[in-house]
Design a protein around this ligand. Structure first.
Ligand SMILES: C[S@@+](CC[C@H](N)C(=O)[O-])C[C@H]1O[C@@H](n2cnc3c(N)ncnc32)[C@H](O)[C@@H]1O
Length: 252
């Protein structure tokens, strides 16, 4: 298993002089169409910068997001129960689709989005908390949630596998991990358009447009129980079981 060194603190998770351009060659920096979407070269700090920049748009276009993705969120998350962790909750777009009885805990790395998520909880009059935390090194005990959910997030995690393994670690053995992801379409024409846009999109939004969500889940070693796709394979709903005892979480 790839060894992942957890960060002691979010602030110390990157070298102090690392920045959006440090990890890239001069050629890559010069061109907006780099190979970065495939390799995922953004650091956690870069991801925070991107979402600090995009937070006002995310807030303003929340209604459109609900229009386009609301039904998928509802369907994927309506079986969430008990203490529910929403990993990389962003502005809290999933909260309104969770059953009323769910006890919501959201985490994200972006301060402006965390503020929006807290406001969403308040607007919905739902109990819950939202904290700033790195999905790749969750500060929760093993088995501390009945359900772990995450939406449209693996595309942005610098270390996708570490984040997914963490979801497995904090989920109770008889709980479930519910993922809603986007990725490469199974329609060849659409996939070509995605390919064409992938690098520029990654630069703008830190999002791997052409990722293959099932391959990412497989690499992280999470057992898959159910898969559903929509929108020409662009959207994938995945139900995972927590891994068994020997395969849980990161090597600490
Ligand atoms: C595309 S947004 C999705 C947000 C939300 N889940 C949704 O469905 O609208 C990706 C989110 O992942 C968060 N993120 C990326 N890397 C993270 C990390 N390592 N730890 C916590 N949050 C992270 C970003 O801040 C952002 O809110």
């Amino acid at each position: 298993m790839t060894r992942y060194e957890p960060h002691d603190a979010l602030e110390s998770s990157q070298p102090p002089d690392s920045g959006p351009t440090d990890a890239r060659s001069p050629d890559e920096v010069a061109s907006p169409h780099t190979e970065s979407a495939k390799t995922g070269t953004m650091t956690l700090e870069d991801v925070q910068d991107v979402y600090a920049r995009n937070a006002p748009w995310i807030d303003r276009l929340g209604w459109l997001d609900h229009l386009l993705t609301g039904r998928y969120r509802r369907r994927q998350f309506d079986s969430a129960e008990g203490r529910v962790l929403d990993v990389a909750c962003g502005s809290g777009s999933n909260f309104r689709y969770l059953p009323e009885a769910a006890d919501i805990v959201g985490i994200d790395i972006s301060e402006p989005l965390i503020e929006q998520a807290r406001a969403e909880l308040e607007a919905l009059d739902r109990d819950g908390t939202v904290e700033r935390m790195d999905a790749q090194a969750l500060e929760f005990d093993d088995d501390s949630f009945d359900t772990v959910i995450s939406s449209f997030s693996t595309c942005t995690f610098p270390d996708q596998e570490a984040a997914l393994r963490e979801m497995g670690r904090v989920c109770q053995p008889d709980g479930q991990i519910l993922l809603l992801e986007h990725g490469r379409s199974d329609n060849p024409l659409l996939a070509r358009v995605q390919e064409w846009r992938a690098d520029a999109h990654y630069e703008q939004s830190g999002c791997r447009l052409t990722q293959e969500p099932l391959e990412v889940v497989d690499r992280a070693g999470l057992p898959v129980a159910e898969v559903e796709t929509a929108q020409f394979g662009r959207i994938t709903g995945i139900v995972c079981e927590p891994p068994d005892g020997d395969h849980r979480g990161v090597d600490r």
